[in-house]
Design a binder for this molecule. Structure first.
Ligand SMILES: [Ca+2]
Ligand SMILES: [Ca+2]
Ligand SMILES: [Ca+2]
Length: 301
């Protein structure tokens, strides 16, 4: 058929006229997530037992006044973000509640092994942790008491994905979005089994007393819990405008779409309900045409 056709909406759809129908692009959404799991690696003093605080209110990074290191772990669940979404921005905030040693750079590092969270609770102030319980992380264990890290202190990749300054005792620490953080979350969304989370540690671990304490996901005040803000656009496959499924996007798809759109009106079907809102109307035509024009070269042959 010709796709110059006057339809009941009063629109005359011509090839040239489609350009005038271009409307809003795919909508942007934001998810604010608290961790699915978090904990601290407590470097033990010689002769002392291992410690953990899987369910305590606090996480730690830096060096204590006994000159032992602390490193934190956080992992998030991205199942609330639709599969196929495109991640556009990722930032993490934690809330400090104790700090020594002045401003320090804290980095996010990609964790390289699965790890657990048990019910140990170091309490408040909590900087020494508590005896580890089954499933906890320790300086030596990714899953106490059965699984060891390859390296004591945790397995992680050596380059920070983002760095933020941890300043005084009551400030938030905010890691602003970086391409690396966006890539991490995109990868975890696309392949959830690869999601091992981030390790948080001071960039300079040689400096003397530097310890920082911040809220865990178990903190009694939700405002003190880590918050990951993820911005994304809902996913559509690149060749979504291939309406007739012949692996090429061309004018036949437009005429087939318009034919089906009229058929939907007559038959009460919804095959052209392009925005999935339960109504077949002119918005679906303009949205389809948007997607048709947005088709990348690999879809149009
Ligand atoms: Ca925890
Ligand atoms: Ca096609
Ligand atoms: Ca619709």
């Amino acid at each position: 058929m010709s796709w110059t056709r006057s339809i009941s909406l009063g629109l005359t759809l011509t090839a040239a006229g489609f350009a005038g129908l271009v409307g809003s692009p795919a909508s942007a959404d934001t998810a604010v997530l608290t961790p699915a799991a978090d904990g601290t690696l407590f470097e033990p003093l010689p002769g002392n037992g291992l410690a953990s605080s899987g369910s305590g209110q606090f996480l730690y990074s830096g060096k204590t006044n006994t000159l032992k290191l602390r490193r934190a772990l956080v992992r998030f669940d991205f199942s609330s973000i639709p599969a196929g979404a495109t991640i556009t921005s990722v930032s993490l905030q934690v809330q400090l509640s104790r700090a020594v040693g002045g401003p320090r750079d804290m980095g996010l590092y990609l964790c390289a092994a699965p790890w657990g969270e048990g019910v140990s609770d170091g309490g408040d102030p909590g900087g020494r942790g508590a005896s580890p319980e089954t499933g906890d992380v320790t300086w030596d264990h990714s899953v106490f008491p059965t699984v060891l890290w390859a390296q004591p202190g945790g397995d992680y990749l050596p380059t920070a994905r983002a760095v933020a300054v941890a300043s005084s005792s009551s400030d938030p620490v905010v890691w602003e979005s970086t391409p690396d953080l966006v890539a991490d979350v995109q990868g975890w969304l696309d392949a959830p089994a690869s999601n091992l989370g981030w390790l948080i540690r001071h960039v300079d671990e040689d400096a003397s007393v530097t310890g920082k304490r911040f809220g865990s996901r178990e903190h009694k005040d939700p405002a003190h819990r880590p918050q990951l803000t993820v911005e994304y656009t809902a996913g559509k496959t690149a060749c979504i405008a291939d309406f007739n499924g012949d692996d090429i996007v061309n004018s036949t798809d437009v005429s087939d779409f318009i034919n089906q759109w009229f058929a939907d009106q007559i038959e009460g079907t919804f095959l052209t309900d392009w925005d999935d809102n339960g109504v077949v109307n002119s918005t679906d035509v303009s949205n389809y045409i948007n997607d048709w024009f947005a088709s990348p070269p690999e879809c149009t042959g």
